[in-house]
Write a protein that binds this ligand. Structure first.
Ligand code: FMN
Length: 391
């Protein structure tokens, strides 16, 4: 045990948050995901390790405890990652240090919600759904102000084929795809119009900033795109980074990806016939560098939403079948992309397929029946421990 070896210096983990859940005091290391219940005395011990100290140095500060019990407790706190040895590579949070002004509010939220079990109670079975609905009436989808005067708006005319309005109205989340391959030219257009740098703007102090088709807080454009082609003409399966400034795909690896993508998407088999999946990461440092307050984290999420909507609309305009999903195995994907998961972290997934011949986005009800018939083939698909449902 490190705490027993007198020479080791220990320090409190910088990624600790304490809070009460009912009457239990929780110590939560959001970097390692460890959550424990402990007495307030634990906080007093951790308080002694603001800076690196040897275990024997704190014995005099805790006269009510025997050196043996202190040593034992310190060893336990180390094994639970509440304390760490100084210079310890895995528990040290040098990447988190780089985002320290976003801590704990933003980094806690981001890391504590990572790799979560993706599970929707209500979609489990019709009986459970009925019971859930009885016990939890659904919130209203629409707001109204009945006592207030209201103004009738003129009817909206929708311009014809190919119009922007038609694209907007035509966007759907597709969960069924045609068997053909996506043309490389279509993927190229989709990537360029969603992530490509379309222009630059000169600024007095920040130099030349890239501009894209979606807005981005401070033009920081933190959202990177990694493309996994599954059925794209002329593009072998693998993982590619989209170089938005040069409009190129940089190959990170090649090889079969279909099964891996199922693991990435927590077993969402309805996306397995997609032609390409785009994994979006956020390079937090790009935003943090300029905005050193936790609210800036929101702008990253908002940026991801913008670019994803642009992707879905562009795909719709191209006559393709787009989708987006928040159910994905963060850490597994990050490992395969070769990103550290803190400074650059998974944020969202979009994808696209060829439209099926009947040309309709699949309704959730049909997904469920398709699910039943295919359940056996997907059992065990989720290596990440996450689960997903269609809604
Ligand atoms: C943030 C976000 C997360 C989503 N996650 C999933 C998902 O995990 N699985 C899925 O099948 N669809 C997912 N969707 C798609 C929604 O279910 C879909 O947008 C919604 O049912 C409305 O249908 P529409 O997109 O056709 O208008 C997600 C959509 C958004 C915006």
């Amino acid at each position: 045990m490190p705490a027993k070896s007198g020479g080791v210096r220990l320090q409190r983990s910088p990624s600790l948050v304490c809070y009460w859940e009912d009457d239990r005091l929780i110590f939560h290391n959001y970097r390692t995901g460890v959550r424990i219940t402990a007495s307030p005395a634990c906080a007093a011990i951790l308080d002694l390790f603001d800076s690196p100290r040897k275990p024997r140095e704190i014995v005099s500060a805790l006269p009510r405890f025997s050196p043996h019990s202190i040593e034992r407790n310190l060893a336990q706190l180390v094994s639970l990652s509440l304390l760490q040895e100084t210079g310890e590579p895995n528990s040290s949070s040098s990447e988190l240090d780089a985002l320290r002004n976003w801590s704990p509010a933003a980094t806690f939220f981001h890391l504590a919600t990572k790799d979560a079990k993706y599970h929707i109670e209500v979609a489990e079975s019709p009986e459970r759904l009925r019971r859930f609905m009885r016990e939890n009436p659904q919130p209203a989808f629409f707001k109204s102000y009945p006592g207030r005067e209201s103004v009738d708006l003129p009817p909206v005319e929708i311009p014809g084929e190919g119009s922007f309005a038609e694209v907007l109205l035509g966007r759907r989340t597709w969960r069924q795809f045609g068997g053909g391959k996506l043309a490389l030219a279509a993927l190229s257009r989709l990537l360029y119009l969603s992530w490509g740098v379309t222009d630059y703007v000169g600024t007095e102090f920040l130099g030349r900033l890239p501009l894209k088709t979606s807005p981005s807080g401070g033009a920081r454009h933190p959202i990177e795109a990694y493309v996994v082609p599954l059925r794209v003409e002329g593009l072998p399966e693998g993982i590619y980074h989209y170089a938005s400034d040069r409009h190129r795909l940089e190959c990170l690896r090649t090889g079969p990806m279909k099964r891996r993508v199922q693991q990435y998407l927590c077993g969402q088999y309805w996306y397995e016939d997609a032609a390409a999946v785009v994994f979006m990461t956020a390079v937090f440092d790009r935003v943090y560098w300029k905005y050193r307050f936790p609210r800036a984290y929101r702008t990253v999420l908002l940026d991801a939403g913008h670019v994803c909507q642009t992707f879905c609309l562009t795909a719709t305009w191209l006559g393709l079948a787009p989708f987006c999903t928040a159910a994905f195995a963060d850490s597994l994907i990050e490992r395969d992309l070769g990103v550290d998961g803190i400074g650059e972290s998974m944020i969202y997934v979009a994808g696209v397929g060829v439209r099926p011949r009947n040309s309709r986005a699949l309704e959730p009800g049909s997904i469920r029946s398709r699910r039943r018939s295919r359940e056996s083939s997907t059992k065990g698909a989720s290596a990440s421990g996450c689960e997903a449902n269609s809604r």
